[in-house]
Design a protein around this ligand. Structure first.
Ligand SMILES: Cc1cc2nc3c(=O)[nH]c(=O)nc-3n(C[C@H](O)[C@H](O)[C@H](O)COP(=O)(O)O)c2cc1C
Length: 350
């Protein structure tokens, strides 16, 4: 028992990181929670109705605590509406790729008709044990309401300064996510490019500014990383890439397969697939986009141009067309089942 496990009433200080944009699954989150860790579901892209369905499914799949994750900021400045200039810049980046694949340019979708606040209403109504968030800090009224409803709040810091702001705002626990991590760099006080502290340096910096439980994320895929994180002052770890590789995740199979190949050795940070900085395996497609003289569009407009390429990649089973999210620890991955990964971590921690 430590400050993290006792607060949640769970056995093991291991969180399966949430995956937004469709890679989370109820089966994966429930498997991790049922094994005594904390399963998570990334719901930032879901409407309130879809969120209610997922949470209902999770409640049927596990009686143990689980975590629902949202993005506090869902649009970059300038992305609230799509202009002709956006479309032109999107086509200048993606036009040759669409032509080569013989696919149509996407119709520009209107923005989602739901807000972060409406998504939070579902959290307050359904009361998951944990509500974690990235890309900012919810209003104090939301944090207070979560406390009143018995929901633990978990904020995410990419720098010491963000951790201090989360602590000051009154969140219950803080994820310290180093730049090794897979997925987006969820910075909110400075640009993501200015917030690239690695896990080894970040965890003790966050420990120094808060007495709350600290959760280390980024670059952890096996027991050596967990032990190192505890040594640095963390109370728990959040593991992402190693769980994406498990068959219970909703990762497209060609993406999962490359995680087990030597290509997993080369990852890079890029704004080219979504408009926000995220870590992916390096591919010829990403190189081509990075070489475009036209800058990436703001989030989520850039993602809407990439969406059709991704859909074609899934249809063809072609990993070279997918945004291959992966962290720097990908080469350490060995397990294809969440129960086996959890089993090994738990046994080795004893
Ligand atoms: C594909 C993908 C999507 C992710 N989406 C989210 C998200 O929506 N919200 C979030 O808090 N973290 C998200 N993450 C971060 C993970 O939850 C976790 O913190 C991170 O992957 C840990 O680093 P690792 O990949 O080195 O294990 C995502 C990670 C990946 C790989």
């Amino acid at each position: 028992m430590n400050a993290f496990t006792s607060r949640l009433g769970i056995e093991h200080p291991i969180i399966q990181g949430p995956f937004g944009g469709g890679l989370s699954s109820v089966t994966l989150a429930a498997a991790v929670s049922n094994a005594g860790g904390l399963g998570s579901f990334g719901a930032h892209h879901l409407s309130p109705t879809q969120m209610r369905e997922v949470i209902r499914d999770l409640q049927s799949a596990t009686a143990k605590p689980f975590n629902i994750n949202l993005w506090v900021s869902r649009y970059d400045p300038g992305a609230e509406e799509t202009t002709a200039a956006h479309r032109e810049d999107g086509l200048r980046q993606f036009g040759a790729i669409y032509e080569r694949l013989g696919i149509e340019a996407p119709l520009m979708e209107p923005p989602d008709d739901f807000s972060f606040e409406e998504q939070v209403e579902v959290i307050l109504e359904t009361r998951p044990a944990v509500f974690s968030f990235v890309f900012g800090i919810p209003d104090v009224g939301i944090l207070r309401e979560c406390t009143r409803c018995g929901i633990l709040t978990v904020g995410t810091a990419t720098t010491q300064e963000e951790a201090a702001a989360l602590d000051e705002a009154g969140v219950d626990m803080i994820v310290a996510t180093g730049s090794e991590a897979g997925g987006h760099r969820p910075s909110f006080l400075r640009s993501a490019e200015q917030s690239l502290t690695g896990t080894l340096a970040l965890v003790p910096q966050v420990r120094n500014v808060t007495r709350k439980p600290v959760i280390a994320a980024g670059g952890i895929a096996e027991v050596r990383g967990i032990r190192a994180a505890f040594q640095l002052g963390a109370d728990a770890v959040q593991i992402g890439t190693a769980f994406i590789a498990c068959e219970e995740s909703n990762c497209p199979p060609p993406h999962r397969e490359v995680l087990f190949t030597p290509s997993a050795a080369r990852t890079q940070l890029s704004r080219r697939f979504t408009g926000r900085l995220a870590r992916f395996m390096s591919t010829a497609l990403l190189d081509e986009l990075e070489n475009s003289p036209v800058p990436a569009l703001p989030f989520p407009l850039q993602a809407s141009f990439n969406h059709t390429v991704k859909t074609e990649g899934v249809r063809l089973g072609d990993s070279s067309l997918l945004p291959l999210y992966a962290g720097q620890a990908a080469l350490l991955i060995r397990h294809r089942k969440a129960s086996e990964l959890m089993g090994e971590l738990i046994t080795s921690l004893r």
